[in-house]
Design a protein around this ligand. Structure first.
Ligand SMILES: *[C@@H]1O[C@H](CO)[C@@H](O)[C@H](O)[C@H]1NC(C)=O
Length: 393
């Protein structure tokens, strides 16, 4: 009859049809770490000094998006202490949900996509203009959020600005620093260089910019920009899909330094940065951070990652489950690379990666997975398999 490994294999084959919801992480303007959509709730883990112990505060409030979408991403509008959520509601994918972090309240901004494809894009929120720039299938789009910390009654348009020079097959990896959008891994651009779009002149710089120091690979990956206490970001972290390092690119000096690769080698993980920390949220809902000190390359290269304990305490994730999840997700993640296009905003699904995590660890599914909304589906599949087994007996 079926051995247990055979049953597990069959379950693994069955699971990828299940749809997972994505949580996201962002900082507010006081650099409290907020995690949205973990175990159906939203959490405030406080500032970095409090991440070693204790419990996060439940900030779940009415008007929030259900966080049942895929490719959910969150962005801090630093001037307004507001967080914008894209793809937070799978039933209303064009909605932008706005969290006013000071008022702790949610509103829903309606947009007209004008055929902007919310399942296939990467985006940054420009610091100074508060405009989203997004690349989707080779086209550059924008959405002007003006000064919003609550929705307006007018419908905001996604506008197709122009065609990029990078071709429609380029899976965008884009990052913001100094009012410039940086694109990594564009066709023909070598390792250690980025292509640049100059926001204020709406201009694609014709030459790639090279960065001295450790060369980042010319591949797809995730990015997040380190904030400054005032003014525009000057540095961004690039986490390539090969996890060779975290590369920090300074666009003032045009140099690259490194941080240790994150604990979870999960290409579907998402990132957020404050001034002094880089945070990873992986597909299982585990949240980890590495401290960061701008301008101190030797401290940074020696810094190590830790679990954000206050979130682990409330959302059932810990550094232990994080490393278990890392090994569980690595196989599936590489398989799902083509579907994860976004730097800030991935395309489509993260099915393979999360499915592997499910199959690899039943306890992850049941108890510790904040990202998952489908334990019932998994149970149903398991039930069907058991019924098949019983029938064959
Ligand atoms: C860094 O790169 C930017 C973008 O290409 C460029 O405008 C700037 O002059 C460079 N800075 C230095 C110090 O080379």
């Amino acid at each position: 009859m079926f051995s247990v490994p055979t049953l597990v294999s069959l379950l693994l084959l069955a699971v990828p049809h299940v749809v997972y919801a994505d949580p996201c992480v962002a900082f507010d303007a006081e650099f409290n770490l907020l995690a949205f959509g973990l175990n159906g709730k939203d959490w405030n883990a406080g500032q970095q000094s409090s991440w070693g112990s204790g419990s996060a505060t439940d900030i779940t409030a009415s008007g929030r998006p259900p966080f049942d979408g895929t490719g959910t991403t969150c962005y801090l509008a630093q001037f307004f202490n507001a967080i914008y959520v894209l793809n937070g509601d799978k039933s209303n994918p064009s909605d932008v949900h706005i969290y006013d972090a000071a008022a702790k309240s949610w509103t829903t901004q309606k947009t007209n996509t004008n055929n902007f494809d919310l399942t296939n894009f990467a985006a940054i929120l420009d610091h100074d203009t508060n405009v989203f720039y997004a690349l989707s299938k080779g086209d550059l789009w924008f959405l002007d959020m003006s000064s919003l910390k609550a929705a307006t009654s007018s419908v905001l348009p996604w506008t197709n600005a122009e065609t990029s020079p990078y071709g429609s097959d380029y899976q965008p990896t884009m990052a913001l620093a100094q009012n410039h959008v940086h694109f990594i891994g564009t066709p023909g651009t070598p390792a250690g260089s980025a292509e640049i779009f100059v926001i204020h002149f709406s201009f694609f710089q014709p030459q790639a910019q090279a960065y001295s120091g450790p060369q980042f690979p010319a591949t797809h990956g995730q990015t997040t920009s380190f904030f400054q206490s005032e003014g525009v970001q000057q540095e961004f972290a690039f986490i390539p899909d090969d996890f060779s390092n975290v590369y920090v690119i300074n666009v003032e000096s045009n140099t690259t330094t490194t941080l240790a690769a994150p604990p979870s080698k999960d290409t579907n993980a998402r990132y957020a940065s404050s001034i002094t920390a880089l945070v990873q949220l992986d597909s299982t809902g585990a949240v980890s951070f590495v401290p960061y000190k701008q301008g101190d390359a030797s401290t940074n290269s020696a810094a190590t990652w830790s679990s954000v304990a206050p979130i682990a305490a409330v959302a059932g994730t810990s550094s232990g489950s994080s490393s278990a999840a890392a090994s569980g997700t690595s196989t599936g993640s590489s398989g799902s690379k083509t579907s994860a296009t976004g730097s800030g905003a991935p395309a489509g699904t993260r099915l393979s990666g999360t499915a592997s995590a499910t199959g690899a660890s039943a306890s992850t599914t049941g108890t510790s997975n904040g990202a998952m909304s489908n334990a019932v589906s998994f149970g149903a599949i398991a039930g069907v398999m058991l019924a098949v087994l019983a029938y064959l007996h």
